[in-house]
Design a binder for this molecule. Sequence first.
Ligand code: SAH
Length: 405
Amino acid sequence: MKTKPHTPQKSDEKGVIRLRPGKEESLLRHHPWVFSGAIATLPADIEEGDTVTVTDSQGNVLGTGHFQIGSISVRILEFGTDTLPEDFYFKRLLSAYTLRRSLGLIRSDNDCFRLVHGEGDFLPGLIVDIYGDTAVMQAHSPGMHFARRVIAEALTRLPEARIRNVYYKSETTLPYKAGLDPENEYLVGSYDGNIATENGLQFNIDWLKGQKTGFFVDQRENRSLLEKFAEGRTVLNMFCYTGGFSVYAMRGGAVSVDSVDSSTKAAALTDANIALNFPGDPRHRTYAEDAFKFLADMPGDKYDLIVLDPPAFAKHRGAIKNGLIGYRKLNAKAFEKIKSGGILFTFSCSQAISRDMFRMAVFTAAARSGRKVRILHQLSQPADHPIDISHPEGEYLKGLVLYVE
Ligand code: SAH
């Protein structure tokens, strides 16, 4: 039997959202999301992006956060208080920066890292990636959109970070229905070069036109691991985007590296990054082609190190089944074609697909191929993409390094 969806009532309690009885449990465990079904009353004059206080049904304060229309109605910024501390954003950013420094990510040969990973840095709805002296900022909630100038200014005050430019890039990340029409723009400074250094390798980062904030910082450690496997191998980097894995494979001593991406812009970025680090090196070739077609057409027995890092095949829970079929088919092709003694780096960045589901999809592909496959490493997102232990939804990247006989 279907139950009628619950509709919150309007109240005259200014700036206060009151929950229904018993709906405070997850907040008491510091899960930062309030779902619309948990709400008893909303202030009559509430607007999207407002900072609100959430209370239990008795009026006890649970926390303060940003309101938005949708299934996730409030993202809590601070628990147990009805006011955000003074200079709230600066303090959170400083704590995020201190963590990155303690992780050893800020060095003369590494100026590229994620400074703010949403809930994982207790700033739900906000992403900030650092490329040299430029911060690229994305708001995923109206509340963060309204706070963007305060956040940009706070970024420039981080003592050691020396951030001179802040680029705001939220045209595609904010809820369309909110009608905020955000413009991608510099909130501080302007364009003054775009080369960042990751583990001593240089990358052109295209935050103006590239995907996400311009670079997939989250694969840094997995790229480093690949470098260690590359010596003497023939490498195929599928879904290469900026060619990150390819550049590391080149430094690792690969015999040859082929990079494939269906986007011609991505292929051009890969070429530019290879030229930046290994000018004129004949070991590398780029193909602007569909990955599935490339895998189907390529000769067997050519590659003995293959990277599969596709875009998220399941962007929400409803897409899990088809997503898993996609991962199974993709990996099946790689198992069919990889050389004996080959290494496969295979990833999923679909948040909706769990580690176990992904492993099962890859296992099914391996079993059907009849190849003998062993897991050498189980990979995840790096420490500058932390997961708040109360918010398991923050885990998204998973990967396997496999030895295929
Ligand atoms: N491995 C990259 C990130 C990959 S992002 C890194 O380390 O930075 C996913 C990439 O897959 C995008 O660049 C996108 O253009 C590409 N892509 C999407 N569908 C594709 C397809 N069918 N064939 C080939 N590339 C595809």
